[in-house]
Design a protein around this ligand. Structure first.
Ligand code: CA
Length: 308
């Protein structure tokens, strides 16, 4: 019985959504094509409700995400697409290795983009997930993408949580940052690699990336002189300040100073664990995904990919 009433309420809710979509300016053709196939997905609700598993330490996370295989594959793809990547780097001012690293971490370089039907996933989450308003907006955004002709409702697939294509943009990020790099009239982050590279580069560029800086570096802290309160991503100081405080590179040298560059000191797993000085670009990576584990891994993978 509960099953039936839940199904009915989804249908009733979907009917209201059709009205909302029409009021948001989505064409009737798109609405008819899109709503026909929308079904609630039980598995999406299960995943949305799942408790996070025992948290990995940063070291375990890096071992898993910045794996030998992922570095090797990334280096090969970086070489293979080198000319294209260089052109895109020059256009957007974002070093190509970061774009490749994001691609590698998000979907294993396009190898795993998720096969969930996006509209059904978003509708499920908008109907009974934990963040209904957010997913209702993303459902309208997804319909807008279809309405603009970038992909059909049937082909719009991605993660269970609604992230799209090879760089896993949420629909709102797609609308804000996706580009049609090959000028064929479609922003295709599913199957056109230059569009994937261009879109990620545009995201980072528009989010404040500094093309002449890296993400940060691992550092060694002095035994004394740095209070716990200074280890805080929100506290930015010039590199010269950290050097004077006795912060060293991992090979024991005083950190190099670039005039005008600021850095924050972080220690994601707390006292006694690895410490990093992170720059502006690290904060841009945190806009993409607010996990310090994620941002650190992107930085490390990017450097491994571009290493000579
Ligand atoms: Ca295109």
């Amino acid at each position: 019985m509960a099953q039936t009433s839940q199904a009915e309420s989804f249908e009733a809710w979907l009917y209201q959504m059709r009205g909302k979509a029409a009021r948001a300016g989505i064409s009737e053709t798109t609405i008819n094509a899109a709503f026909q196939g929308i079904k609630p997905i039980e598995r999406v609700i299960e995943l949305d409700r799942k408790q996070p598993e025992g948290r990995l330490t940063l070291a375990q996370y890096i071992d898993k995400i910045v794996s030998h295989d992922r570095i090797k594959k990334g280096r090969a793809l970086y070489k293979k697409h080198y000319n294209t990547l260089q052109k895109i780097e020059a256009k957007y001012g974002v070093q190509a290795e970061y774009v490749v690293a994001l691609w590698g971490i998000e979907t294993n370089y396009g190898g795993f983009t998720g096969g969930t039907k996006t509209l059904s996933a978003l509708a499920t989450l908008a109907h009974e997930g934990r963040r209904r308003d957010f997913f209702t907006k993303e459902l309208i955004n997804a319909l807008t993408i279809i309405d603009q002709g970038h992909i059909t409702a049937r082909d719009m697939k991605g993660s269970w949580a609604g992230a799209l294509g090879q760089n896993q943009f949420m629909p709102s990020s797609f609308l804000a940052y996706a580009v049609d790099e090959n000028n064929d009239g479609r922003k295709d982050i599913w199957a056109t690699l230059v569009d994937v590279f261009g879109s990620s580069s545009n995201y980072l560029s528009k989010s404040g990336w500094h093309g002449d800086e890296r993400w940060g570096r691992e550092v060694v802290l002095p035994n004394k002189g740095i209070s716990q309160s200074m280890i805080d991503i929100k506290k930015e100081k010039p590199l010269s300040y950290w050097r004077e405080k006795g912060v060293k590179t991992t090979s024991g040298q005083p950190i190099p100073v670039v005039e005008g560059m600021k850095a924050s000191l972080i220690q994601p797993d707390g006292t006694g664990n690895k410490a990093y000085l992170v720059y502006n670009n690290y904060k841009v990576l945190l806009k993409w995904n607010r996990s310090t584990y994620f941002a650190t891994s992107v930085g490390l993978l990017a450097e491994a990919i571009a290493a000579p």
